[in-house]
Design a protein around this ligand. Structure first.
Ligand SMILES: NC(=O)c1ccc[n+]([C@@H]2O[C@H](COP(=O)([O-])OP(=O)(O)OC[C@H]3O[C@@H](n4cnc5c(N)ncnc54)[C@H](O)[C@@H]3O)[C@@H](O)[C@H]2O)c1
Length: 544
């Protein structure tokens, strides 16, 4: 494989920049900065053009002054890695590097790049010297060495530490640095500040770095833009000036009139707020796992029980977890807290009990879903090894194409290990990177937790549902994508060409559909859906 190129998801090959390209690229950006300064625009560098940075950059670039003219000039800065370089040429054409279901994303990026000319992307770190404000949106991964044991893992600080280093060597003394990356509590004041201060002193700068923290609550999906711009924010700064600057900046670029800002005293409080709010959510979801299993074993339909409980306003956020908790944040954020408590703040005790347990439960919940597939097939006298199973949905939540840490991935891996001939369909996912690239980033791949994973890297995500259904023996409803909510049992069985096992992982089937599948000779099982047995007995004439 050519290591000097970067391939975008649509297959376009971009050569990586060569050493001699850097000067010309810096000069190009410098000219644009001069034009921006003439227009009185503030220069903002967004570091990291991923799910958060690409859209945040566009939101800042879309900001206007009272006269309606762009008030910020934004330089999206992305390291020219093989994995990510393609985002730069794509964004410079006005095309979003992130696939979004939100119809606001594509036109906003096109508008800022092509019409307002307030957004540009580059790979040159030296553009940091132009910045009045730097926003850090690089990733901070938590590597788990075991499946279902978050304590056995560590925070991969290298990308973030490299960013602090690169920034401190280049920025102006009065540039405000806003860390949006989700970090372990203590990082801003105890990792970033001393590191940057040291470099400032080497550069002869006597003032303190103006470091601030404000975390993202972005939800890539239909409300992607609104979840950044029209949403409540929490922030803080390492000193009064940093706090003043971050409050002023966020008031300018976000809709804080309708969604007021909360400014906390110290960055460790803002950092804690982020990992704690996601640990809280992970915990509520994990709590449902044991009751879901109880329901399955005791004739209870968990979906109806949840609906009944939710009627009580104090319990309205109780949620059914489906086949696992994915996305980028919930599986790792609690881990950042646990790791930071030990490695940054120096507490080597058992402070955290509930948070790691919740993450471990969530990380392994889909293994049980795979068991249900095996059990349903066994009830039909079909051995799971070599059974043809179709997984409906690869992403981690409904109506998005984001597959990071999806329950479907664990299910696909476990079923493959069991010998299943797996197929997958997803209307939002074009390529399943976690499977396709499992050999490229082995230390990041969950493939290492399972056997016989080789063929998964060739698994194509099918787009034609009818074709995908042909000849299958089991159907797994894994994600609540709109397309899957009202599938007709008669049509499904007709396409399959025989009665099948149907495994409902997300409370998708209503009782009428479950009944119909049984009438068609199918077997049905579902996470938390103990009442299917009752329906089965009624249909088969033994439970009346
Ligand atoms: N994705 C979400 O839904 C979400 C929600 C809330 C918060 N967050 C947090 O936001 C942060 C960013 O997440 P993301 O989803 O955008 O990650 P991502 O992996 O999609 O993007 C990070 C980008 O930063 C780039 N990068 C890394 N090091 C760099 C460097 N030194 N210089 C320039 N670019 C560099 C990477 O190449 C990548 O393009 C994380 O801390 C995450 O926890 C994410």
């Amino acid at each position: 494989m050519d290591t000097r190129t970067s391939v975008s998801p649509d297959g376009t090959i971009y050569p990586l920049p060569a050493e001699e390209d850097y000067q010309a690229e810096l000069a190009r950006i410098e000219r644009l900065v001069e034009q921006a300064r003439e227009k009185g625009q503030e220069v903002v560098v967004v570091m990291g053009l991923g799910f958060v940075g690409a859209v945040m950059a566009a939101i800042v670039a879309d900001t206007t002054d009272e006269g309606g003219s762009p008030s910020k000039f934004v330089i999206g800065m992305q390291r020219p890695s093989k994995r990510s370089y393609w985002k730069i040429p794509l964004l410079n054409k006005g095309i979003s590097p992130v696939k979004a279901e939100d119809p606001e994303v594509d036109p906003m990026i096109a508008r800022c790049v092509l019409e307002k000319k307030s957004l540009v992307a580059t790979y040159v770190y030296d553009v940091l010297c132009f910045a009045d404000c730097v926003i850090v949106d690089v990733q901070l991964d938590y590597a788990k060495n075991e499946l279902g044991n978050v304590r056995n893992g560590s925070v991969e600080m290298s990308a973030l530490e490299e960013s602090f280093d690169v920034i401190a060597h280049r920025i102006k003394a009065d540039c405000m640095v806003l860390i949006e990356t989700t970090v372990a509590p203590g990082t801003t004041e105890q990792v970033a500040l001393p590191a940057m201060r040291k470099i400032f002193r080497q550069r002869g700068i006597t003032s303190e770095p103006l470091l601030a923290h404000s975390y993202e609550r972005v939800m890539p999906g239909r409300d992607y833009v609104a979840s950044i711009r029209d949403f409540w924010r929490v922030c803080s700064g390492v000193n009064e000036e940093a706090k003043r600057r971050v409050v002023a900046f966020l008031n300018e670029v976000l809709n804080t009139k309708e969604f007021p800002l909360t400014c906390l005293d110290r960055p460790i409080e803002s950092e804690t707020a982020k990992v704690m709010e996601n640990s809280y959510r992970a915990t509520i979801l994990a709590f449902l796992d044991e009751w879901s299993l109880f329901a399955e074993r005791n004739g209870v339909d968990i979906t109806k029980v949840i609906k009944a409980i939710k009627m009580r306003p104090t319990h309205s956020n109780i949620m059914f977890p489906g086949p696992g908790i994915g996305g980028y944040c919930l599986p790792k954020d609690g881990g950042l807290g646990i790791w930071g408590s030990k490695h940054i703040l120096g507490f080597d005790d058992e402070t955290f009990k509930i948070t790691p347990l919740a993450i471990d439960i969530n990380d392994t919940r889909s293994l049980h879903a795979a068991q249900l597939v095996r059990d349903a097939l066994r009830n039909m006298n079909i051995p799971v090894a070599s059974a043809r199973v179709l997984l409906l949905g690869a992403s981690y939540r409904e109506d998005v194409g984001d597959t990071r840490n999806s329950g479907s991935e664990i299910m696909a891996r476990r079923l493959t290990e069991m010998g299943v001939e797996i197929r997958v369909h997803d209307p939002y996912v074009d390529r399943w990177w976690e499977l396709e690239s499992q050999d490229d980033y082995p230390s990041h791949s969950k493939a290492v937790f399972f056997r016989n994973q080789e063929r998964l890297k060739d698994l194509l995500v099918l787009k034609d549902l009818d074709e995908a259904l042909e000849g299958i023996q089991a159907l797994v409803l894994a994600v609540r994508h709109e397309q899957y909510l009202d599938l007709d049992p008669d049509a499904i069985v007709a396409r399959a060409g025989q009665p099948i096992a149907v495994i409902d992982c997300f409370g998708i089937l209503d009782d009428a559909k479950i009944r119909r599948y049984f009438e068609l000779g199918c077997e049905v099982k579902g996470l938390g859906r103990g009442h299917v047995k009752r329906i089965k007995d009624q249909v088969r004439g033994s439970g009346l």
